[in-house]
Ligand binder design. Structure first.
Ligand SMILES: C[S@@+](CC[C@H](N)C(=O)[O-])C[C@H]1O[C@@H](n2cnc3c(N)ncnc32)[C@H](O)[C@@H]1O
Length: 251
């Protein structure tokens, strides 16, 4: 089995069976844009340092799966222009507000990567933070990132699928036993298979997105009446792993 096939299988193993999904009262996968607002003072992370290094005295950025702009808005003062791609238009609204507040020239491209790669066009530096774990078919996604980058690509991801810490709760509430989650090493195997020469730095994040009992209840496709029960169960779950990785390669 190729690394790309293995990645796809692991990612498909994260799906929600239709009989559980049928009982969801709110969309379990939807990201809430307010959880992704870029911080006023960006953390000094390996990803930010890598992007700054590639930008040097300046240049343009393409932020794929931009969310609220956590990746590219951290480059305020260095970046000349950001093209922001996201499949959720409400995320693009949050991104636009953040870019405007920081005086960053920007363009919004709604849609799914790599489908909108041509509409987005190239940039000096391409960023994609915390999107790989949403992708099943990784090679076209990665190749389009590479093709769009004049100087380089910076990808950030968690060490394993960011929802894997909930696997015990899927067993408890739905008797659903999931296969192991895809990891950074699984992604790196796909990168290697594509012949991309990548530099990797593993590090611990200071903060992780807010994911409280209400959020977890929705994720688990449970009704809001069960939030208290989920809160009790959450107390017994070990805290979420915070290890992340920055992957950098040339465009
Ligand atoms: C976990 S959030 C990360 C947001 C931001 N990059 C950050 O690090 O804060 C993932 C974002 O990627 C978007 N996304 C996921 N897959 C995508 C795809 N194939 N094309 C475009 N956007 C995508 C989602 O809508 C969401 O806004």
């Amino acid at each position: 089995m190729s690394a790309a096939q293995r990645w796809a299988e692991l990612q498909e193993g994260r799906g929600i069976p239709p009989e559980i999904l049928a009982h969801a009262t709110a969309p379990p996968w939807l990201h809430d844009p307010t959880d992704f607002t870029a911080p006023a003072v960006p953390a000094d992370t390996p990803s930010r340092r890598a992007a700054s290094g590639l930008l040097g005295a300046g240049g343009t950025v393409l932020d794929v799966g931009c969310g609220g702009g956590g990746a590219s808005l951290a480059l305020a003062g260095v970046v000349a222009h950001v093209t922001a791609v996201d499949q959720q238009s409400d995320m693009l609204e949050v991104f636009a507000a953040g870019a405007t507040a920081r005086g960053i020239a920007h363009r919004l491209v709604p849609g799914r990567w790599p489908d909108v790669a041509i509409a987005a066009g190239p940039a000096d530096v391409v960023l994609s933070h915390h999107v790989l774990h949403n992708v099943v078919d990784l090679p076209p996604f990665l190749l389009a990132l590479t093709a769009a980058a004049r100087r380089g690509v910076v990808v950030e991801m968690f060490a394993e699928h960011p929802m894997a810490w909930l696997d015990g709760l899927w067993v408890r509430f739905h008797d659903l036993h999931r296969p192991p989650p895809a990891t950074t090493d699984d992604a790196l195997a796909v990168v290697a298979e594509l012949g991309i020469d990548v530099r990797v730095e593993r590090w611990e994040r200071e903060t992780v997105p807010r994911q409280d009992a209400q959020w977890v209840t929705r994720r688990l496709c449970l009704p809001v009446e069960r939030v208290a029960e989920v809160a009790v169960a959450l107390d017994a779950v070990p805290s979420r792993p915070r290890m992340a990785a920055t992957l950098v390669w040339e465009g």
